[in-house]
Ligand binder design. Structure first.
Ligand code: HEM
Ligand code: SF4
Length: 552
């Protein structure tokens, strides 16, 4: 895991002091709301429905156990004992008192964390595959490059005031688990014909009110050119992106307006000046960053040890958890464990201070002191010995982390919606809970198989509803909360945007609509066909007919 050097420490400490001074001046009336706003936004501080909301960066989703303990301490001391993991691998505190935020930032700095660039029109936290470094299908461990991007983008003077926010995601595996096609820039590691490893560069993806799947601007970028090429893309965007209308300011709108070929040509022109210049990555630079992400001293263990096989055979509930909530590891004898934050009755992605402390202890006891935050708003223990899985399962159960629903319908990605967010059209949390309650029967849930359900409280799409196999969007109809359902969205290497099935539903009718959709799927699926495949094969009409039929 990356450790700060003296320069990193100094930058973060100085920023804490700067923000302390700005906050004091605001509270004493020396700075007006308008003057304070851009300053707080540079530090991840939004003003929300009830209180300020502080978004803390978790760089590419990597957390050390000591950092998670610090987050637990912050939740306890400065907030209401819990926090919320986001789809971009960050963590949010919903209730801090403004005057105490500088103290929170100071505490975060002690464990090499901060909230810099988690809001505002700048390059945000770079995200990646939560299984980076341990996935079996990895082509290249992307974490060194994520760290290089983090350092390049942090306080980059040229890109501090872009037309709009800017999000970069990197995937190092064959299967894209970082949603690279719905980011401003997506970098997907690939090999060229000669076997050399580089990046496929995807630009102009994004969700929000204009959902667009990104397009490829460069099929193969040798890794050493990463920063010069990113500089070129950002320069073209910074120069030509619209600043007159915030709804048309994202890079996706510029790419559409210029066409992808036109945009790529402009980037190539710009790149001519930068290519092979001082930002070119030398082997020594990459080796330096990669040295922070070497494998821990794994034990040499057999796969499927007898104690695991025995428990699997005798305890169906354990077998079920093992199947859903653990993933294969590149090292024999190990698996990665997904701690589900999708227990029925708890807002998706929420975690209590007690749970954070427990997970941090398990990371030390059963792993190498590291955890990951997944884009799906779950927490991961990356390196668990298979022989310890049964014990981890029991502990996970005791803390409400063991709902065996990872990848299933109730593993809902969900934004905070109207309970917390002042931009919301509708509440998301109670509706997500109603769906989870309706599909609480595990046999039924398992039978339905893999289904991504994504939920946003308004068209800003923080909950990625467009790319859920089944998506829910909160809409406002004459001051009332309604819910629109989409089908056919998907994330991954072949991202698709879902289509609206028809008129929206009142809150109480959403679970029933889901039930009807699932009934159509069960009737129509062929052997082993997943929900999304059935939707693609039969189209939306059978679902529409059932959901909107008068007598069903
Ligand atoms: C509660 C405070 C929040 C506010 C005010 C807020 C605001 C926004 C806005 C205005 C957009 C649309 C931006 C655009 O398209 O230009 C957006 C997009 C997004 N936000 Fe949030 N958000 C909040 C919380 C969250 C949370 C909790 C998550 C994760 C669960 C999140 C993740 C995202 C993502 C993934 C997108 C869409 C991807 C894209 O940029 O195209 N946000 N947010
Ligand atoms: S999607 Fe809308 S309601 Fe949900 S967090 Fe984003 S801005 Fe708020």
């Amino acid at each position: 895991m990356y450790r700060y050097d003296e320069v990193d420490h100094r930058i973060v400490r100085e920023r804490v002091e700067q923000f302390r001074d700005q906050t004091q001046r605001f509270l004493s009336g020396e700075l007006a709301e308008d003057e304070f706003r851009p300053l707080r936004l540079m530090n991840g501080l939004y003003v929300q429905r009830h209180a300020p909301m502080l978004r803390v960066a978790v760089p590419y989703g990597h957390l050390a156990s000591r950092q998670l303990r610090k987050l637990a301490h912050i939740a306890r001391k400065y907030d209401k004992n819990y926090a919320h993991f986001t789809t971009r691998q960050n963590i949010q505190f919903n209730w801090p008192e403004l005057a105490r935020v500088p103290d929170i930032l100071e505490e975060l700095a002690e464990v090499e964390m901060h909230a810099i660039q988690t809001s505002g029109n700048c390059v945000r936290n770079t995200t990646t595959d939560a299984f980076a470094g341990v996935a079996q299908d990895e082509v290249l461990d992307p974490r060194a490059y994520c760290e290089i991007i983090r350092q390049w983008s942090t306080l980059h003077p040229e890109f501090a005031f872009l037309p709009r926010k800017f999000k970069i995601a990197v995937s190092g595996s064959v299967e894209d688990r970082a949603a690279t096609q719905v980011h401003d820039i997506g970098l997907h590691v690939v090999r060229n014909e000669t076997g050399e490893v580089g990046f496929k560069v995807i630009v102009g993806g994004g969700l929000g009110r204009t959902p667009i799947v990104g397009e490829v601007v460069k099929e193969f970028l040798p890794t050493r050119h990463l920063l010069t090429y990113l500089d070129a893309v950002l320069r073209v965007y910074n120069r030509f992106g619209r600043r007159d209308n915030k709804y048309k300011a994202r890079i996706k709108i510029l790419v559409k307006a210029m066409t992808v070929a036109g945009f790529a040509a402009k980037v190539e022109d710009e790149w001519l000046h930068l290519q092979d210049g001082p930002s070119t990555l030398r082997d020594a630079d990459v080796a330096h960053y990669a040295s922070f992400f070497t494998d821990p001293a794994y034990d040499l263990l057999p796969s499927n040890p007898p104690e695991l096989v025995e428990k699997q055979a005798t305890e169906p509930a354990f077998a079920r958890w093992l199947e859903r909530n653990t993933r294969p590891h590149k090292q024999a004898g190990y698996r990665s464990v997904v701690l589900s934050l999708k227990k029925t009755g708890v807002p998706p992605g929420d975690i209590t201070a007690e749970q954070m402390d427990a997970a941090a202890d398990w990371a030390d006891r059963f792993g190498y002191g590291e955890l990951r935050v997944a884009h799906e708003q779950n927490l991961i223990l990356p390196d668990v010995r298979e022989r310890d899985l049964y014990e981890v399962w029991q502990l996970a159960k005791s803390q409400g982390f063991a709902t065996p629903n990872v990848g299933l319908l109730t593993d809902i990605i969900c934004c905070p919606g109207g309970d917390f967010c002042s931009l919301a059209n509708a509440r998301s949390i109670p509706v997500a809970e109603a769906i989870q309650t309706r599909f609480d029967n595990l046999d039924y849930l398992f039978d339905l198989g893999e289904i991504d359900c994504n939920f946003s409280g308004c068209m800003n799409a923080c909950g990625h509803h467009h790319i859920g196999n089944i998506g829910i969007l909160g809409v406002d109809k004459n001051g009332e909360e309604w819910y629109q359902i989409t089908l056919g969205g998907s994330q991954g290497s072949h991202t698709t945007i879902g289509k609206v099935i028809g008129p929206s539903f009142a809150q109480a009718d959403v679970p029933l609509a889901f039930e009807k959709i699932m009934a159509v799927y069960l009737e129509q699926r062929t052997d082993g066909e997943r929900f999304i495949e059935t939707v693609r094969r039969i189209g939306l009409d059978p679902f529409k007919e059932r959901v909107y039929a008068k007598h069903h």
